[in-house]
Design a protein. Structure first.
Length: 89
């Protein structure tokens, strides 16, 4: 089964994906919660998160951007930018 990929990232879909990777309740992930400060996310977990995001949203996250995956807001902005979505929509 192939899931369609929306043009813009749905914040709740992304929150659920991040929660699964970080193994924390989705309700605990605020838009600006810092993954490193809150859950001691290390570089290996950042890489796992990047891989899952790439698979779900069909983007290629440059290695130099992986370390920027520190909050839900940062992840969403990066994915939207990588997909060329209009930030005003």
């Amino acid at each position: 089964m192939t899931r369609s990929i929306p043009e813009r990232v749905d914040p709740e879909d992304l929150r659920q994906l991040v929660a699964r990777v970080l193994e924390v309740p989705a309700a605990e992930i605020g838009d600006h919660t810092n993954f490193v400060d809150e859950w001691n996310v290390d570089s290996l977990l950042e890489l796992e998160l990047a891989t899952r995001i790439e698979e779900r949203y069909r983007v290629a996250i440059p290695e130099t951007e992986v370390a920027s995956l520190t909050s839900l807001a940062n992840v969403r902005e990066l994915v939207d930018r990588m997909r060329g979505a209009d930030p005003n929509s």
